[in-house]
Design a protein around this ligand. Structure first.
Ligand code: ADQ
Length: 736
């Protein structure tokens, strides 16, 4: 394999297809750079450093020497590293798994899906093959940007090989609702695969929501404002609506040859007083071409006044012709076009001009510019660039866009006539409205959409993705800096060893013990008890275990350890093994009976939730409930209780999968006061995981070590990743 080593940081763009294509001609091989907007946008990254591409050139070399020659040319002339995919794998990985499983499933057509084990295995192999090509030419200083549904396993494969690298992933198609996504037999592998990235991008916020919901339901990872914590890494999930190259469009429209073409198209049709309705798509069943034709047929039935006054130009690029559904679709379209033209055509007028071919962009642009209406009617579409290109081409602000509401582009192009393409009546009346629309209205709609597209064009899209990816890396680096390891850990251990009076304040749930589905399942194991006893066997150590649990639980499971205990967030205190439990104050608990019926109601409405009653508090736990329903109801409950208890001296807390009400004077900071007052400590360590521990961190002297288990906003000085890491720290201190 060719080696291509770089000497400065670069962006490696990885996609199924390279931005060049190879074809065999009589006079040898022809290599052509793809003209697409995306390729141009990506090349614009060059201003900030090298850009290289990794992908399939769509060609299988006839010999080893031809392969080497192609490789050399692509690498040196086009900064493109080819992944040569054997034809037998192309049929399984590309036509098979990518286009017969993922494509229909993600476009909400599960009945078109096949779930074939050998195609899945091929998909895995090809993702591995991409990894190998990447590793031959890149290293962990590079920024990797992986594209689309063909390579969804690659982010985590790359993360395993280059753990410190910066990886972004962007999905160009919709991410479906979790109800659809979970039908995929390899759904966990897909989510885990993508989560290897630092930043995951989608066209719309709707797809972001669907993805986060699948991650929560299938893998159990929560998110906070789109950030997910996974194994000490933060993964950001955001929407980046892809734009088009508005500037390039304007420059093309200024070219005399293009201008001439627009004029001649207009003269042609305007002379006959006919308007142009344009549709441009790949021939794909997701593009709603039959629906569009049926809508047009109904329009012709209902509006004879428009006969002979428009023509519908339908341009379809051949696509994935080896997949059966595509050839069936083609037959269906041919039949429908024939039927409409047969029913309504007259001498000198054929309503539908259907062209099954691709056009170079320079030929497409005059069509966009001349068309009075663009009819874009996908059943589902990640974004749909045709709709945006049409608007971008309307430099004179004349034209109407009729757009399906299920295209990602509909979120930004709200001034279009938005239609439900399954509703023929809706389509037909939108066509009537579009053909009859006054010029001022056209101008005002197009102007608004056009300025939005000019603002967020393809360059802005590329750069905002890369900026956000670098931003995510910065957040990770800041967190990493506060992680209790290396020099911080050594200092903590050294101070601990040098101290004679040490106070160790350890929270229980989520710190010493991971959370369990039911609160009473989270019991300390023999190992933990042993570590805690080791710690207390050193007379220099004073250990206090602090919890929101009631005192009977604490007594039962931790009562034999020679340490202090604080229960119910500080309401009850047991100073040492020899002493009994004391109330930290004389709190009232009569208010609990007011609350019980409210919580009982939530118990019924949220299956899997439970109520825990303590002496001075009452908690509603929803760890085992449906995660999304639990969060919604918890938010609602907090709002309700805050209002309901406004005149009471009570505090409503929303903790980790729990809503708890307690007396407002009770908090963990007050709970540990008996240890903090009256004695001088030369070492203090506090470890906690949840926001109730913040009261504890806040009142510690500045010399104390405070550690939060898991990442998030905190008063603590350091972070640890998990209860396992906290336990390890306890063991290290016990042994020190
Ligand atoms: P596509 O499904 O290919 O892309 P789309 O976004 O409409 O769909 O892009 C098609 C591109 O092909 C446009 O730039 C258009 O100019 C060009 N094109 C279409 N028909 C043509 C023809 N007859 N001749 C020449 N060119 C033609 C996938 C997703 C989309 C998402 C894009 C980008 O399915 O939802 O918008 O990626 O992320």
């Amino acid at each position: 394999m060719q080696k291509y080593r770089k000497n400065k940081e670069k962006t490696v763009v990885v996609a199924n297809r390279l931005p060049v294509s190879i074809s065999r001609r009589k006079d040898g091989l022809k290599i052509q750079q793809s003209p697409g907007g995306l390729a141009a946008g990506l090349r614009s990254l060059k201003e900030e450093g090298d850009v290289t591409f990794v992908g399939w050139p769509g060609y299988w070399p006839s010999s080893e020497s031809e392969k080497r020659d192609i490789q050399k040319t692509l690498i040196h002339n086009y900064q493109s590293h080819p992944v040569f995919i054997h034809p037998s794998e192309v049929s399984k990985y590309y036509y098979g798994f990518s286009n017969r499983t993922l494509w229909p499933l993600f476009h909400y057509l599960p009945s078109y899906c096949s779930y074939d084990q050998s195609e899945w295995e091929s998909y895995e192999r090809i993702n591995q093959q991409f990894l190998q090509t990447i590793l031959e030419s890149a290293d962990s200083r590079d920024i990797f940007w992986i594209h689309d549904y063909h390579l969804m396993l690659l982010p985590s494969l790359l993360r395993s090989s280059l753990p410190k690298s910066t990886i972004g992933f962007f999905l160009h198609i919709p991410f479906p609702s979790s109800e659809i996504f979970r039908q995929l037999p390899w759904r966990r592998e897909f989510l885990e695969g993508v989560l290897g990235a630092d930043l995951i991008g989608f066209h719309t916020y709707e797809y972001v929501r669907h993805f986060l919901s699948s991650v929560l339901r299938l893998l159990g990872y929560e998110h906070e404002f789109g950030s997910i914590n996974i194994d000490n890494r933060v993964v950001k999930v955001e929407n980046f609506p892809m734009g088009v190259d508005v500037g390039h469009m304007e420059r093309l429209l200024d070219k005399p040859s293009v201008k001439k073409e627009v004029e001649s198209l207009r003269e042609n049709y305007e002379a006959d007083k006919r308007k142009i309705i344009l549709s441009v798509d790949r021939l794909d069943y997701t593009k709603g071409i039959p629906n569009r034709l049926e809508g047009l047929e109904l329009f012709l039935e209902k509006h004879p006044e428009w006969h002979n006054r428009f023509i519908s130009i339908m341009l379809c690029v051949p696509s994935r012709t080896k997949v059966k559904q595509y050839s069936l679709l083609k037959e269906n379209i041919d039949r429908l076009v024939g039927r409409i033209n047969g029913r309504f055509g007259k001498p000198g007028w054929i309503p539908v001009h259907y062209m099954y071919r691709s056009l170079p962009f320079e030929k497409l642009v005059p069509l966009y510019a001349a068309a009075d209406i663009a009819l874009v009617s996908p059943l589902r579409d990640g974004m749909n660039l045709v709709a945006k290109e049409y608007v971008a081409a309307k430099t004179d602000h004349r034209g109407v866009l009729v757009l399906s509401e299920t295209a990602g582009a509909a979120f930004e192009l709200g001034e279009a006539l938005l239609v439900n393409v399954n509703n023929k009546v809706d389509l037909a009346s939108a066509l009537n409205q579009a053909l009859s629309m006054k010029q001022e209205e056209q101008e005002s709609r197009i102007k608004t959409m056009r300025s939005r597209l000019a603002e967020y064009d393809i360059y802005r899209w590329v750069h905002s993705f890369i900026e956000s990816l670098n931003g995510t890396k910065k957040v990770q680096a800041q967190r990493e800096h506060r992680r209790l390891k290396g020099q911080w850990k050594s200092r903590l251990l050294a101070d601990f060893k040098g101290a004679k009076n040490r106070l160790l304040l350890l929270d229980y749930d989520g710190t010493l013990i991971p959370f369990a589905d039911q609160p009473d399942q989270a019991k300390p194991d023999i190992g933990l008890i042993r570590y805690l006893k080791m710690l207390t066997s050193d007379s220099k150590n004073t250990l206090v275990i602090i919890s929101g649990r009631d005192r009977s639980f604490m007594e039962k499971w931790l009562g034999k350890i020679p340490c202090g205990l604080v229960a119910e967030h500080g309401a009850w205190i047991k100073k040492s093994l020899q002493e009994g439990w004391q109330e930290s104050n004389n709190f009232s608990s009569r208010w609990k009976r007011l609350l019980k019926p409210v919580l009982q109601d939530y118990l019924v409405r949220v299956p899997g939730s439970l109520i825990e009653e303590k002496e001075y508090g009452i908690a509603w736990h929803y760890r085992k409930a449906d995660p999304e329903l639990g969060e919604i109801r918890a938010g609602e409950l907090v709002d309700y209780l805050t209002d309901f208890l406004a005149n009471e001296d009570l505090h409503v807390m929303h903790g980790n999968k729990v809503v708890e009400v307690r007396n407002s004077e009770i908090n963990k900071g007050r709970g540990i006061m008996p240890w903090l007052t009256g004695k001088r400590w030369d070492f203090i360590l506090a470890v906690g995981d949840d926001w109730t521990d913040e009261d504890l961190f806040k009142i510690l002297p500045s010399s104390a070590f405070s550690v939060k288990v898991s990442y998030g906003p905190t008063e603590a000085k350091y972070f640890l990743d998990s209860p396992q890491a906290a336990r390890k720290l306890v063991l290290e201190l016990a042994k020190a």
